[in-house]
Every structure is written in structure tokens, then in C-alpha cells.
Design a binder for this molecule. Structure first.
Ligand SMILES: Nc1ncnc2c1ncn2[C@@H]1O[C@H](COP(=O)(O)OP(=O)(O)OP(=O)(O)O)[C@@H](O)[C@H]1O
Ligand SMILES: [Mg+2]
Length: 444
């Protein structure tokens, strides 16, 4: 049921109840006043006619008749004279007040007072005085009709007024309803115009604030989704680039080893055989120099190969590759004490894990060698709680305040490698001095 109908119904009930109560009171009042008025009129008539009877008691009917006709109607009383044979010889004239009209029977039955009648004897006739309250009852009925008409007028006018008023004051809610429907359909740019009425105005302002917040939120979400997509795409690209680099490094390492290594060996062999041959001293010395240079070049190249791609990774597992690399560092940096601890590792880690772990280890130790000025570097490899763990600890000067400044890619590269496998790298200063790098790569 609409609000308008509810209010109209309520008003109608109130008006009908009020009018009904008023009518009931009026009915009770009319009944009392009709009774009082009729009684008074009857008393007056009886009193008056009492004198009349005393005067004309011994007089014959024609004289009484003449006197009665001269008296006429005495207020609301019916005066009748009958001779001794019971024939009506006189009846007072009918009332001229509201002549020809009467209250409806049911109404008269409600307010009609008890009958009041008195009789008086003359010489040869009987006089009857009987109260007739029909005029008083009609007055009451006319008042009731006036009241009913007024009630009906108020009913119609009040309802029409309320109908119009409610319609006018609920007009803005239809605008709000349309706005909500628009938002429901996804038109989040919908805004309501300023609405008439304090409440509707407040609701419109709140609606506009809500719509703006929702729209902003949606934009923010779309932007975030976009940024996530771009990040995922750039990670994918970084992965591809990384793997291409690894591939290329492996190719160069193989080329160096197989091609350049073979050729250097060949040059060295040729130079050595030339040096051993009979000839002049200068040629022998030059040949020996070529052989020595080729040997040095070969040794330098051999040092370069594991940096490009540890060949052991192709044939052995992470532990062997790490052991070999650490031996190399020990040889190159005799002033630093390296320790390597390898815990239980899964039997076959797979290339991506082995390579990621090896590169993280390599970058962390290289950083310690380049930046830390450390005396000890401790490396631990192991697997626990379903993850491959790589720990590199040094006792150097620790990370500087601005260690994360742009233009340095080692730590970022470590993190990218770990994240590609769903893992993380943490790098922090140790309380006792130096730096700790901890990488965890969850194993599927
Ligand atoms: N073990 C360490 N001890 C002290 N400082 C360190 C250590 N490891 C890293 N840092 C600091 O963190 C910075 C960032 O390291 P990161 O490996 O990202 O870059 P980089 O080594 O300077 O350059 P590259 O991009 O060649 O790796 C370093 O410049 C250095 O200041
Ligand atoms: Mg670095």
C-alpha cells in the first residue's frame, strides 16, 4: 500500500470517527432537549387549559368550541375535544413551523420522548391535551443533517488536500528511486539534482556522496587491476629475458670451452712443437712465449666460463656447483675465510631451482666481496619445511643507509628470480655486524 493511500486512509478514519462521536453526542443531547421542551410545553398547555376548564366547566360544547378555536394551537400539543358519544368535535390546527416535513421514522424512534397526555372533563365533552414533539425532533434531525453535510465536506476537502500535499512532498522520492535504479544498472556517474524539502535534500546529498565514493572505488580497482596486469606482464617479460640471457651465457660458455679452448690448445701444441724443433734460439723463445700466452689465455678463459655458466650445473647438482664456485673464490680471495655448509637437498632440484639458487648465491657473495670488506663469508644451503633455503652471512661493514638507491640491479635480480618461483629474498644488517641474505624458494 502506498504511503499516500495510507495517510488518506488514516485521515478518513479520523474524520469518520470524529463525526460519529459528534453525532452520538448530538443524538443524546437532542433526545434530552426534545424531552425537556415537550414536557415544558405540555405543562404550560395543561396549566393554561386548567384555567379554561375551570371557567367553562358548566358550559355546553358550542361555547367551549368557540373559545378553543379562538385559543388555537398551544405550542407542541395536540388539543382534542370529544363529545360524550366519542365523536371528535375539535382538533387544534396543525403546526405551521416546518410544515409538511418530518424526521425519518428511525431517527424519531431514537429521540422520541415518552407519551404525555392529560384529559379534562366539561359538562358534555372531554378535552385531551397530548404532547407532539415532532417539530423538536425535526429540528434535531435538521441539525444532524447539517452536521453530516459538514462532516462530508471536511472529509472530501481534507482528503483532497492531504492527497495533493503527500503527492507533492513525495515527488523527490521518485527522483531518488530513479537514481538508485540507474546505479543498480551500473550507471555510477548518476548524480541527483538538488531536491526540494529538507529530508529529500539531505538524502540527495548523501546519495551523491555515495555514488561518488563508489565510482572512485571502481576507478581505483580498475587502475589496480591494470597495474597488476602490467606488473605480471613485465615479470613475464623479465623471466623470458632472464632465461634468454641464461641460454646465451650457456652458449657462449660452451663456445668458449669447445671452440676457443680447442683452438688455444691447438695453438699451444703447435707452438710447443715449434719450440722443440731444431732452429734458431729466437724462434724457439718466441714459440715458447706463444705457448705460455696460449696457456694463460686458456686459464683466464677457464676462469671466465664458470662465471658465465657453471658447466657443473649441466652435469652435477647445486651442491657440486656451489662447492666448485667456493673453491674458486677461495683461490681468488685468500684473505677471506669462506665456509660452505650444505644440508640435505632434494635429489633432483630441476634446472630452474638449481640455476636460481646458484645465481642468488653468486650475487650475494659477489656483493659481500665488492661492498662488505668482510673477513668471513659463511654460506649455507639446505632444504627445510618444503623450501630451498640459501643463507649468506658476512661480517663486513653492513648495508649503507642508501643501499636501495636506483641504478643497482643485483638485489633486485635476486628478488625477481626468487619471486618467479614463488619465493622471497630478505637482505638485512645483522645485530653483530655485517649483512645477512636469506632466500627461500618453496618447492612444489
Ligand atoms: N654484503 C653487503 N655488504 C654491504 N653492502 C652491501 C652488501 N650487499 C649489497 N650491499 C649494498 O647494496 C647495494 C645494492 O646492491 P646490488 O647488488 O643491488 O647492486 P650493486 O652490487 O651495487 O650493483 P650490481 O647491479 O652490479 O649488482 C650495493 O651498492 C651496496 O651498497
Ligand atoms: Mg651486486
Amino acid at each position: 500500500m502506498s504511503l499516500r493511500l495510507q495517510i488518506n486512509l488514516l485521515l478518513a478514519i479520523v474524520i469518520v470517527a470524529f463525526t460519529g462521536a459528534f453525532l452520538a453526542f448530538q443524538l443524546i443531547d437532542t433526545k434530552r432537549s426534545v424531552r425537556e421542551e415537550t414536557e415544558a410545553a405540555n405543562r404550560v398547555a395543561t396549566h393554561l387549559l386548567g384555567y379554561f376548564v375551570n371557567t367553562y366547566a358548566q358550559t355546553s360544547t358550542p361555547i367551549v368550541l368557540e373559545q378553543l378555536e379562538r385559543l388555537g394551537r398551544v405550542r407542541s400539543n395536540e388539543i382534542t375535544l370529544r363529545d360524550d358519544a366519542g365523536n371528535e368535535v375539535y382538533h387544534s390546527p396543525p403546526a405551521t413551523y416546518k410544515q409538511g416535513r418530518n424526521a425519518p421514522g428511525w431517527y424519531s424512534a431514537l429521540v422520541w420522548p415518552p407519551p404525555m397526555k392529560s384529559e379534562m372533563r366539561f359538562y358534555d365533552s372531554t378535552l385531551t391535551i397530548e404532547a407532539n414533539p415532532s417539530r423538536a425532533v425535526l429540528d434535531g434531525w435538521d441539525d444532524t443533517v447539517t452536521l453530516l453535510e459538514f462532516g462530508a465536506f471536511v472529509f472530501v476537502l481534507g482528503n483532497a488536500l492531504v492527497f495533493w500535499l503527500v503527492r507533492r512532498s513525495t515527488q523527490p522520492f521518485r527522483v531518488i528511486e530513479r537514481g538508485l535504479a540507474d546505479v543498480e544498472r551500473g550507471a555510477f556517474h548518476t548524480r541527483l539534482p538538488p531536491l526540494a524539502g529538507a529530508e529529500a535534500g539531505q538524502i540527495a546529498l548523501a546519495f551523491n556522496r555515495m555514488a561518488a565514493a563508489v565510482e572512485e572505488n571502481l576507478h581505483a580497482r580498475a587502475d589496480a587491476a591494470d597495474a597488476r596486469l602490467r606488473l605480471a606482464q613485465s615479470r613475464e617479460l623479465a623471466d623470458v629475458v632472464q632465461s634468454r640471457i641464461e641460454e646465451e651465457r650457456a652458449n657462449i660458455a660452451r663456445e668458449l670451452h669447445d671452440e676457443t679452448g680447442q683452438n688455444l690448445t691447438a695453438i699451444r701444441s703447435l707452438a710447443l712443437s715449434l719450440a722443440r724443433r731444431e732452429g734458431d734460439e729466437a724462434t724457439r723463445e718466441t714459440s715458447q712465449l706463444i705457448a705460455d700466452t696460449a696457456a694463460k689465455l686458456y686459464a683466464a678463459m677457464h676462469e671466465l666460463i664458470p662465471r658465465l655458466r657453471p658447466l657443473t650445473l649441466d652435469t652435477f647438482e647445486l651442491a657440486e656447483a656451489a662447492t666448485e664456485r667456493v673453491a674458486e673464490w677461495r683461490r681468488l680471495h685468500p684473505e677471506i675465510a669462506f665456509s660452505l655448509e650444505v644440508g640435505a637437498l632434494p635429489e633432483h632440484l630441476g634446472e630452474s631451482y638449481t640455476l636460481a639458487a646458484y645465481r642468488i648465491l653468486q650475487e650475494a657473495v659477489t656483493n659481500a666481496l665488492r661492498h662488505a670488506d668482510a673477513r668471513n663469508v659463511a654460506i649455507r644451503l639446505g632444504a627445510d619445511a618444503g623450501a630451498l633455503a640459501i643463507d649468506i652471512v658476512d661480517d663486513g661493514r653492513g648495508l649503507a643507509q642508501d643501499w636501495e638507491r636506483p641504478g643497482h640491479f643485483g638485489v633486485r635480480g635476486m628478488r625477481e628470480r626468487a619471486r618467479a618461483l614463488g619465493g622471497e629474498v630478505e637482505i638485512a644488517n645483522r645485530a653483530e655486524g655485517g649483512t645477512r641474505v636469506e632466500a627461500r624458494l618453496p618447492l612444489q
